[in-house]
Design a protein around this ligand. Structure first.
Ligand code: P6P
Length: 335
């Protein structure tokens, strides 16, 4: 690992190359995927930044596979990522929150050994009110024979990921990713159009300051979930009260908790018995990141990265963040 001093100006491209050199058998394919994702992120950042100015607000009018009204930027971000990565010869298939089926690589392009799963613009309902939104991505390696990626290739446990990351389009645009060798954050300098290393080797504090949960569902939770949230809020006297911070945009809540320590909780409730968040392209990539930063993630019964997926868009109850606080969730819910 090259130790960069605070004065080093390190672009994400240089950092990716340095990371690749640490892996003896690296072919450069994963590096190529990261380059392309950084490019797509800059293009999406441009669209998000102008959202209030150009008539691309409002609903596209179509519904996505989740039955949610698609914001125009959802569709645009999805297209940007697919077009930025479908011809590089590193992927054999993609999957997106915005598309019901697997996205094949067009026949004219070479196939590679990796699969990309992503939520192109999570939290997009917040765009109209200028709340930060984000892109979340997960990279898996093909496990089946043949050239084309299949559903079986997509339905691997989160522990099998080879890379994961997110982009937060907030006060600044940041790209945070891991290939398993630490978690590293890059901030976009729009004046030069480069992501610069700003947060090398990110670590999440062992104990959280922040609790991120939508308490309007309290009446829909099970008794043990209600008791858990009371614990986090210090109401049962067994833990110091946490500060409640809930933006309603997963990437924004996750990123703040990664930096300051905290737990994000989206439990199952009577209306959503499997919770709301998607396992493959929301829960798993953020869990891969948080574990690489010293944190943890559970579905309330066990490590989320050990869950065997059965459907592309399946949902999961989700508790992610500081290790000690996730342990409380496992202790209080696993009975
Ligand atoms: P609720 C945004 O729609 C999202 O998928 C996540 O970004 C966010 O954490 C969650 O849903 C918010 O859901 O039910 O609290 O509004």
């Amino acid at each position: 690992m090259v130790n960069h001093t605070d004065t080093s100006v390190v672009t994400i491209e240089r950092f990716i190359i340095e990371q690749e050199r640490l892996i003896p058998h690296a072919t450069g394919e994963l590096s190529g995927i990261m380059y392309d994702l950084a490019l797509a992120s800059k293009m999406i950042a441009n669209k998000v930044r102008l959202a209030g100015l150009v008539d691309i607000l409002g609903e596209e009018g179509s519904d996505n596979v989740q039955g949610e009204a698609q914001q125009k930027l959802d569709v645009i971000a999805n297209t940007i990522i697919v077009k930025a990565l479908d011809h590089g010869g590193r992927l054999c298939a993609m999957a997106s929150e915005e598309e019901a089926e697997i996205i094949p690589i067009p026949p004219q392009f070479r196939r590679g050994k990796y699969l990309l799963l992503f939520d192109p613009l999570d939290g997009s309902s917040n765009i109209d009110v200028n709340v930060p939104v984000g892109t979340i991505f997960s990279v898996l390696e093909k496990v089946t024979d043949g050239e084309d990626g299949t559903l079986e290739d997509m339905l691997q446990k989160g522990a099998a990921q080879v890379a994961a990351g997110y982009v937060i389009y907030g006060a600044s645009t940041m790209l945070v990713y891991t290939t398993g060798q630490g978690v590293h954050g890059f901030t976009l300098d729009p004046s030069i159009g480069e992501f610069l290393l700003s947060h090398p080797n990110m670590r999440i504090p062992e104990h959280g300051r922040y609790l991120s949960v939508n308490e309007s569902y309290e009446q829909l939770w099970s008794d043990d979930v209600r008791a858990l949230i009371r614990r986090y809020r210090g109401l049962d006297g067994k833990r110091e009260a946490m500060n409640v911070r809930y933006v309603g945009s997963l990437v924004a809540d996750f990123h703040r908790n990664l930096l300051g320590g905290g737990i994000f909780a989206y439990p199952a409730n009577a209306k959503s018995p499997n919770g709301k968040l998607r396992l493959l392209y929301e829960c798993n990539p953020l869990a891969f990141i948080v574990e690489a930063a010293g944190g943890a993630a559970t579905n309330g019964r066990g490590r989320i990265l050990d869950v065997q997926p059965t459907e592309l868009h399946q949902r999961s109850p989700y508790f992610v963040g500081s290790r000690a606080d996730v342990a409380i969730a496992t202790e209080m819910l696993a009975t």
